[in-house]
Design a protein around this ligand. Structure first.
Ligand code: SF4
Ligand code: SF4
Length: 438
């Protein structure tokens, strides 16, 4: 996540909406505490000045690899009118310089089957929480580490897709895995970060991630006007449906007691309930950081309601078409490495702690509570911290002072003014009153 300081007006919009309170305004500009950032992209959406951006890989990087494969997220299809077939979009990607395309939706199909079986196990901690959205996994690491054991220990569809295609191509083309560039066409910055800092595994199978918004214009220009064929196995509607909130649950099927939650603040509210021991009657929660699911990602180009409408039309058509075709046997996911067994435990990120030293932490808690009582409790954000509690925490950490609060500052100025008036009336005896009148 990057800030263009020339554009930032210090308006506090992003500060107040960040779900992990990672942003402060200092010297009139927004500052992100990286260790707290979960890459949800909420600050990109909320900034009226477009000062926040996500760093992405670029098409020019394809030149460094002998063979390049594009892995389009299904949300890419929702950026185009349903008249533009998925086939055309995949052809367009090839024209942009990729040697091959492999739909992430295929990985989603496999993961759906694996989740279905995982949920039948007796040792599953309920409610099981989907781990497909990396921003949500990071939110759990940062704010709800007690829920890490509830996360479903199966890799996200994009990782599974990348693992399959990297293995197959290095075998078929007799190339070293590092000679193959595998690029995720991503709707969100959290998935970019998970390439560089994978969750639950040592190394990602992806080479990089390219923002949908970055290639959209070029893709539009090269879309084939006539129908062209792509020589690859195509994903079914159930994998493509993962692009929308509820799509994962539909694809997993058979599970009765599920809850679908989207938009990061709703997700945080529900996770808070789970952490309090509520919602134990629910088997499985599908959680997505973006409103509407991946189609609402901050690196997409289309309005999310329009995108959802298009996606529904596309899926309806795909279901009808697939019903007319011979039923394809489901892929046996047990042949695919899903990362279940060797998955490195997802570690908590205790960045919300006040101090490593318990005594210092207790002292800071006390100081924080005392300071909080003195603050007005309006949560106006004009101090540069998201709310009064966060300012009290910043003061306890020595990163802010009470006079950063405009109300406290006004009080101080008023007290000072009264003191000056008072002092003015107390002339030293050596000065004669008449000399004052003169
Ligand atoms: S990306 Fe999300 S977590 Fe990171 S600073 Fe922005 S709003 Fe906060
Ligand atoms: S929303 Fe944040 S980054 Fe954008 S102008 Fe306001 S303070 Fe700056």
């Amino acid at each position: 996540m990057r800030l263009n300081p020339d554009r930032c007006k210090g308006c506090v919009n992003c500060t107040k909406r960040c779900p992990t309170e990672a942003i402060r305004i200092r010297d009139g500009k927004a500052l992100i505490t990286e260790s707290r950032c979960i890459d949800c992209g909420e600050c990109i959406r909320r900034c009226p000045s477009h000062a926040k951006t996500a760093t992405t890989d670029e098409l020019s990087q394809l030149a460094f690899f002998q063979y390049n494969i594009a892995l389009p997220a299904p949300a890419l299809y929702a950026q185009f009118n349903p008249d533009t077939s998925i086939e055309s979009i995949l052809c367009g990607l090839l024209k942009l310089g990729f040697d091959e395309v492999f739909e992430v939706a295929q990985g989603a199909e496999i993961v759906s089957l694996a989740i279905r079986d995982y949920l039948k196990r007796d040792d599953v901690k309920k409610p099981a929480i989907s781990s497909a959205c990396p921003a949500v996994v990071r939110l759990i690491q940062v704010r709800f580490p007690e829920l890490i054991d509830n996360l479903i220990p199966i890799d996200a569809p994009v990782e599974v897709a990348a693992r399959i295609v990297r293995g197959e191509r290095s075998r078929d083309l007799k190339l070293e895995p590092e000679q193959i560039g595998i690029w995720f066409i991503t709707p969100c910055p959290a998935k970019m970060t998970s390439v560089k800092q994978p969750l639950g595994s040592e190394k990602s199978n992806l080479t990089g991630a390219i923002a949908m918004s970055q290639i959209y214009g070029d893709l539009l220009k090269v879309l084939p006007s006539a129908q062209e064929k792509v020589d690859c196995r195509r994903a079914s509607w159930s994998g493509v449906g993962w692009a929308m909130a509820g799509g994962e649950t539909t694809a997993v099927g058979t599970v009765i007691n599920t809850l679908v939650v989207h938009e990061i603040h709703n997700v945080a509210d529900v996770l808070e309930q789970v952490a309090l021991g509520k919602l134990k009657n629910i088997d499985y929660i599908e959680v997505l950081a973006c409103a509407g699911g991946c189609i609402g990602g901050p690196l997409t180009v289309e309005n999310r309601f329009v995108a959802e409408h298009r996606m529904r039309q596309r899926i309806r058509q795909m279901r009808e078409d697939e019903a007319k075709q011979e039923k394809r046997p489901p892929q046996d996911y047990r042949e695919v490495e899903l990362g279940v067994a060797e998955r490195r435990a997802i570690e908590p990120r205790p960045v919300m702690r006040l101090d490593e030293d318990i005594f210092k932490a207790l002292y800071k808690v006390e100081l924080m509570e005392k300071t909080l009582q003195k603050l007005p409790g309006l949560d106006c954000g004009s101090c540069g911290s998201p709310n009064c509690k966060a300012l009290a925490e910043d003061i306890a950490q020595g990163r802010a002072s009470e006079t950063d609060c405009v109300f406290k500052l006004r009080e101080k100025v008023r007290d000072l003014a009264w003191e000056m008036v008072d002092l003015a009336g107390k002339l030293p005896p050596s000065l004669h009153k008449d000399s004052e009148e003169d």
